[in-house]
Ligand binder design. Structure first.
Ligand code: APR
Length: 304
């Protein structure tokens, strides 16, 4: 069976594992530095008959158990607490991601790596450099999460099914993210035809602050249900070779006028990972994407 390893069995990693196992997308290996990972994995495994899923879920503290994984998801690292920006995590989490990547390179050299640890775009860069994998096989989950939040708020405001709302949120995973108005539709109609500008702008602001809104309610730690299910969407798109257009943080070499950074843009995801970076006409949002890229560039420089 397909093997999916998830490094970091905290709130996000465990939620992703549970969702992926329910969909029987493959066998799952959960890796953490704390022994409780074994109990979490066993508990999950024992729930699988309820879903009719034969996915095996195992927990381990030993990296050699990720051997020959098809996909490795990195969620190891510290989450934000109230008052913190994603950038506050830069130093601590880059050390963790480096350690994780050394092990991925050693035990799962042919895997596709999905980075989730924040600050996302910079952690993708760390993973890309540390694994030395082709850029098609190292990318980050952020736009899927930001887009699903945006879709949710729009559907809620209009009282329509979430399935009627299509949207793409691009750019860096932070305050500079770019919900692209001209690519947002409700039942095929442009958003500007069905929602006034002021309401839409309020929703855009709420989307940008989507992570912090949850953090402030939680009191400690950050969101995990929407991140965990967003990881599942990406894993499914890869394993089912969906070749669907999904936003992801990818290494840019000229696309969208950017070079040498990871940034959220639309990509075609399939069995080989990022099969194409899709260049769409973003209209006035292109300027916002450029501004967002500048922030990511600065953070990447800080790390270097
Ligand atoms: N190897 C494996 N696991 C590790 C390592 C490591 N070197 N270092 C830390 N961990 C584990 C911790 O033991 C913990 O179980 O990573 C897990 C992180 O879980 P949480 O603290 O619950 O954090 P979570 O909410 O899951 O967020 C993880 O994802 O969305 C991002 O911003 C978020 O950077 C954060 C990451």
């Amino acid at each position: 069976m397909t093997k999916i390893s998830i490094i970091g069995a905290g709130a996000v990693g465990a939620t992703a594992a549970f969702c992926i196992a329910q969909k029987q997308l493959g066998d799952i290996v959960l890796v953490d530095i704390v022994e409780s990972v074994k109990g979490k994995a066993l508990d999950m495994f024992e729930s699988m008959p309820h879903f009719g899923s034969d996915s095996k879920v195992t927990g381990t503290m030993d990296y050699k158990d990720i051997k020959d994984s098809d996909i490795v998801v990195i969620t190891a690292g510290f989450p934000r607490n109230p008052g913190m920006t994603r950038e506050d995590l830069l130093e601590k989490n880059s050390q963790i991601v480096k350690t994780v990547c050394k092990n991925i390179k050693k035990y799962a050299p042919n895997s596709i790596v999905i980075v989730v640890t924040n600050p996302l775009d910079v952690m993708c860069y760390v993973a890309f450099k540390e694994t030395g994998f082709d850029k098609k096989r190292v990318f980050g989950m952020a736009g899927t999460l930001d887009s699903v939040r945006f879709r949710c708020f729009i559907a809620d405001e209009l009282g329509v099914s979430v399935s009627k709302v299509d949207a793409l949120v691009l750019g860096g995973h932070g305050d500079s993210m770019v919900p692209v108005k001209r690519l947002t539709t409700v039942d095929g109609k442009p958003i500007s035809n069905v929602m006034d500008e002021e309401t839409l702008n309020k929703i855009i602001e709420r989307t940008k602050n989507g992570g912090i809104e949850v953090i402030n309610y939680l009191g400690s730690g950050s969101a995990y249900y929407a991140p965990g299910t967003s990881i599942t969407e990406m894993v499914k798109a890869i394993l089912n070779d969906e070749k669907r257009i999904i936003p992801a943080s990818v290494y840019l070499e000229g696309e969208y006028g950017q070079n040498g950074i990871f940034l959220g843009v639309p990509v075609k995801l399939g069995r080989n990972g990022v099969e194409e970076i899709v260049e769409l006409d973003l209209g006035s949002a292109k300027k916002l994407l450029d501004e967002s890229a500048e922030i990511t560039k600065k953070n990447t420089e800080k790390l270097k």
